[in-house]
Design a protein around this ligand. Structure first.
Ligand SMILES: Nc1ncnc2c1ncn2[C@@H]1O[C@H](COP(=O)(O)OP(=O)(O)OP(=O)(O)O)[C@@H](O)[C@H]1O
Ligand SMILES: Nc1nc2c(ncn2[C@@H]2O[C@@H]3COP(=O)(O)O[C@H]3[C@H]2O)c(=O)[nH]1
Ligand SMILES: Nc1nc2c(ncn2[C@@H]2O[C@@H]3COP(=O)(O)O[C@H]3[C@H]2O)c(=O)[nH]1
Length: 685
């Protein structure tokens, strides 16, 4: 058989593409191996540390390592409290506590130095569970120490008296056999084991270069460590009793609050909260003052709003109706500010429902939204073009008379058609959800109207067109482009899920592009019966096909389908008719052959999202969508850039003006007039 030149060229090009792809896969694997190697080294060192402490405990029957509270010394979030942490059993007397304040002078340090030490502590498995107040205090009391290259800083088997943090330089750690077990550099704590667990030094530490260190002595360190439990309870309860916002709360709530609060110190000029960032914490000012500032999205300039002092609280907005911080909080006190900080969960349990903490600010968007359009009537709107035709009617691009700068989408729904398809509740739901949502990733609803024939929704307009149009033109997206859209969708889902809303996953690719970002078109609150009417067959999770009911985990299935579709151009399960599609879906994702261009990591994530068993899907756990964002496929991805909208999107739709509907198809006018419906079911719309 002979091949023509052009066939040979084609074959050649194909081979070359395969070689390139394999090369890319090799690079990816090399990277993964390197990162594993690092992980292994870290884990080995950790293991050695645990073993050292454990052995020393057995060698020293009198030693009380791991005593005190019986809690674990490992793991946990960076802010977990220290009460349970096993520290050495030196006398926990008031007298011991008292000596520390006067005994050691605090050395001034630059913010940079403080940050390095703080990070070093947070990176240390044995110390990261200290609370912020304790960490700040340890930093306060550390003093400078330097060692020349080659010097022995710590000698194995000796009694230790200092805990160190490295600001500059590096050191090697060796064991009893003189073998090197670790090398440590800047931003590391060492020498903590002998002090924390009251044992002899478990290793030798020798400077490999000139080292600039910070040290704290055993007694001061231990005194700070002991400032936990009861002392804190008493101190915090009496503080809360002294401030108006809290003094009338039931004793039980105060005591629970005191238990859940953590102290933190912020230096002058620091932004405790940044507008637009995600927030999970609530703050009470214990000492010092802050300034509230806000950037108006149009002006872009940061404007002073108010001062807040001792007893004031802030940060509730991001935990309530908003998802992100609505203002900046900047430390204005020259000597910094001390705050007591509450996590989202504790806030919800203890304060969330109290009316006295439901403050309204003049800048709030939702009321402002309603306010601005309150007097608008349908007659004030004129139609520029048609954007699309949906199940219940047309969506028009409209402008408000005399305002050429903005445009909106006006969604019209034929009332009679809603009744015929028994979607009344669904439509009312959609309205309520959209009105409640205030996220950059969900289309905003500004106003609703109704007349005898139609319901109307005045929506934020997304002139970039639909995502699937872009996909259709490009065939498929590469990893980086897909990552961007997956991140936008994940952000939207995370916003909705926190409010108990399931995105109508059926909508599949019906995501709209606004200027240069992605918006979820609409969302539906979790309701059971009628959803199956609304699914796109390709996106239906198996539990819906099998009529087993579904919940938020359905969205993770759909997210996996979306990822596959973006990467390959077609959904993983698709056939000529829905029944056939359902049959393929029930065979599961493992039966799907992935095109080669889908990388190993991408495949892995898709398979984790599309597990048959909803409870096994990545993202359904307690940490929610964060679990997805931590998957290797997203490694190094700039999530902050997506959230703050500073990341340049991979596709920038052309939109010339607020009137430009060129990213949408043309729709002929619809001459048909639906009949009137004045039965009144829509009175709340
Ligand atoms: N806010 C908007 N901005 C720009 N275009 C929009 C907007 N909302 C809808 N469209 C366009 O109009 C089309 C129809 O929208 P509509 O919401 O009626 O669709 P649908 O998917 O059938 O929803 P439903 O099931 O509620 O009828 C969309 O596919 C989209 O192209
Ligand atoms: N045992 C042990 N100590 C290590 C390791 N890496 C760093 N170190 C530090 O070396 C220090 C020696 O003194 P400590 O036992 O007080 O605390 C020890 C740790 O802080 C390691 O892999 N094993
Ligand atoms: N949006 C807004 N927030 C304010 C104002 N005054 C104080 N704040 C607090 O600033 C905080 C910023 O973070 P959050 O949005 O979580 O919660 C906000 C409020 O607690 C104000 O006038 N407007």
């Amino acid at each position: 058989m002979s091949l023509t030149v052009s066939e040979l060229q084609r074959l050649n090009a194909q081979r070359q593409a395969e070689i390139n792809e394999l090369g890319r896969q090799v690079d990816e694997l090399k990277l993964a191996v390197r990162s594993r190697d690092r992980q292994i080294a870290e884990l080995l060192s950790q293991l050695d540390k645990y073993q050292s402490v454990f052995h020393s405990r057995h060698r020293q029957p009198g030693g009380a390592a791991f005593s005190g509270g019986g809690g674990s010394i490992s793991g946990g979030g960076r802010k977990r409290r220290t009460r349970g942490m096993g520290i050495s059993a030196e006398p926990q007397s008031e007298a011991a506590l008292a000596t520390m304040s006067s005994a050691v002078k605090s050395f001034s340090k630059t913010k940079g130095t403080r940050d390095i030490i703080r990070q070093a502590i947070l990176d240390n498995a044995f110390m990261k569970n200290l609370d912020n107040g304790q960490i700040s205090e340890i930093i306060d009391y550390m003093y400078p120490v330097s060692h020349k290259s080659g010097a022995i800083i710590i000698k194995l088997g000796e009694v230790g008296s200092l805990v160190y943090a490295i600001e500059d330089g590096s050191a090697e750690v060796t064991n009893t056999k003189g073998e090197k077990i670790n090398e440590i550099g800047p931003c590391t704590v060492f020498g903590e084991l002998a002090i924390l667990y009251n044992c002899k030094r478990t290793a030798t530490v020798r400077a490999l270069s000139n080292c600039k260190l910070w040290a704290i002595d055993r007694q001061t360190f231990q005194s700070i460590m002991m400032k936990t439990g009861l002392m804190k309870q008493k101190e915090y309860t009496s503080f809360l009793r002294s401030v108006p916002a809290f003094k009338d709360l039931p004793v039980e709530t105060l005591s629970k609050l005191a238990d859940a609060l953590e102290a933190d110190h912020y230096p002058s000029g620091e932004y405790i909260i940044r507008q637009g960032a995600k927030g999970n914490t609530f703050y009470i000012i214990a000492k010092g003052a802050v300034e509230v500032t806000r950037r108006d999205s149009t002006a872009g300039e940061e404007v002073f709003i108010r001062n807040m002092n001792r007893g004031d609280w802030f940060g509730e907005k991001a935990l309530k109706d908003e998802d992100v911080r609505t203002a900046n909080i900047v430390v204005s006190d020259p000597s910094g500010v001390d705050c007591l900080v509450l996590s989202r969960e504790s806030y919800k349990q203890l304060i969330g429902d109290l009316a006295s903490f439901d403050r309204k600010y003049p800048d709030e968007t939702a009321p402002k939204r309603a306010e601005e359009f309150r007097h608008l009537t349908l007659k004030d709107l004129y139609i520029v073009a048609t954007l699309g035709v949906g199940g219940f009617g047309r969506v028009e691009l409209v402008q408000i008379n005399n305002d050429n700068q903005r445009s909106f989408a006006l969604k019209q729904l034929k009332k009679q058609h809603i009744v015929e398809t028994r979607q009344q509740e669904h439509v009312l739901n959609e309205r309520n959800i959209l009105a409640e949502c205030n996220s950059d990733f969900v289309v905003k609803l500004y106003r609703t109207f109704k007349d005898r024939k139609y319901l109307y929704m005045l929506l934020e307009c997304c002139l970039g067109g639909e995502l699937w149009t872009v996909l259709r033109d490009k065939g498929h997206f590469d990893d980086s482009m897909t990552r961007f859209y997956m991140a936008c969708v994940s952000e939207a889902l995370s916003y909705l899920h926190r409010r108990g809303i399931v995105y109508q996953p059926a909508a599949g690719l019906r995501w709209l592009l606004q200027a240069h970002r992605l918006w979820l078109r609409q969302a539906h609150r979790l309701w059971q019966e009628d959803l199956d009417l609304l699914w796109h067959p390709e996106y239906v999770p198996p539990e819906v096909i099998l009529n087993k009911g579904h919940d938020l985990s359905a969205d993770f299935w759909s997210l996996g389908i979306l990822m596959f579709e973006l990467l390959t151009g077609t959904p993983p399960f698709s056939a000529s008719d829905p029944m056939k599609t359902y049959n393929i879906i029930l065979k599961g994702i493992d039966a799907v052959e992935f095109p080669r261009r889908v990388s190993r990591n991408a495949q892995n994530l898709i398979k984790k999202l599309c597990r048959d068993n909803p409870t096994e899907r990545i993202g359904v756990g307690r940490s929610g969508i964060v679990e997805v964002s931590k998957h290797l496929w997203f490694e190094g991805f700039n999530w902050g850039g997506v959230r703050s909208r500073s990341l340049k999107p991979p596709h920038l739709p052309q939109v010339a003006s607020p009137k430009d509907a060129s990213n949408f198809d043309d729709y002929p006018p619809d001459p048909e007039q639906p009949p009137d419906d004045v039965s009144g079911w829509d009175k709340d719309f």
